[in-house]
Ligand binder design. Structure first.
Ligand code: GLP
Length: 248
């Protein structure tokens, strides 16, 4: 695992954006696996900025997103489709039909999930998968469990995830209780993984993912088995690794 130690959120965002831009420049028709949440927001701002300066283009890029809340329409301002449109897609030259986010309103989740995986497989898997991480170590919405789920699936959100995401909704009761998430199979199938983290509240999740036992209790720990992971994190998120004497 290659680790970039950055001083703060902005430096983490800039570094993450440069890794993504590097992929797009080298492989203009790549399949990018994209993520939502506060963590990648800053990186998307840099990418939009660099697009506006004419430094990168997304015109041949394909994308698949990690996850979506069950029950939220694409127009709901907390849906992940809405997040992607407002933070990236609406501001760059990506072709709308080239972007995929799980459909939170699907009537047939089982069929939808297997079609999502079939699409990813048909493209030879994702070229670069961007990941944030939950405080409980979740990646995408693969929550701590007693087993890893390989396929795209409907997941019951952990109470701790509902708590963490309540800040985006009017009340905690408004947070959806389920999501559709890409499974561990598609994430591990990615040719490269770019894991990003910022802030002290991610320090345990990062420590456990990088140094802890490989266990579905900390889904991020599976990344220890991936051959090409780049971790971009600020010092606060790396603090437990640094304190443990891991060279970063
Ligand atoms: C969310 C998403 C994840 C994200 C994580 C951390 O619930 N499903 O994809 O990485 O939790 O979010 P944040 O970056 O806002 O801390």
């Amino acid at each position: 695992m290659r680790i970039f130690r950055e001083k703060d959120y902005d430096a983490m965002s800039r570094r993450a954006a440069s890794v993504i831009a590097g992929e797009v420049v080298h492989n203009p028709s790549c399949l990018l696996g994209l993520a939502t949440g506060s963590t990648p927001e800053g990186a998307y701002k840099y990418l939009v900025d660099w697009y506006k300066q004419g430094l990168i283009s997304f015109k041949d890029v394909l994308s698949v997103n990690l996850d979506e809340y069950v029950g939220l329409a694409p127009t709901h301002d907390q849906s992940y489709r809405y997040f992607m449109q407002s933070n990236l897609f609406d501001h760059v030259d990506i072709v709308p039909e080239h972007t995929r986010v799980p459909d939170g309103l699907t009537k047939d989740a089982k069929a939808f999930c297997s079609e999502y995986d079939a699409y990813i497989r048909s493209k030879g898997y994702v070229d670069m998968q961007l990941l944030g991480i939950g405080r409980n170590g979740h990646i995408g919405f693969n929550e701590p469990d007693d087993h890893f789920v390989k396929e795209t699936h409907v997941v019951d959100l952990a109470e701790s995830t509902i708590d963490a995401n309540a800040r985006f909704f009017a009340t905690r009761d408004d947070v959806p209780k389920q999501a559709i998430s890409m499974g561990i199979g598609a994430i591990m199938g990615a040719k490269k993984v770019l894991l990003c983290a910022s802030g002290e509240d991610k320090a345990d999740a990062i420590y456990n993912s990088v140094c802890g036992p490989i266990t579905p209790k900390c889904p991020g720990s599976i990344l220890q088995l991936h051959k090409n992971v780049v971790l971009v994190a600020d010092e606060a998120a790396l603090s437990k690794l640094i304190a443990a004497g891991v060279e970063v």
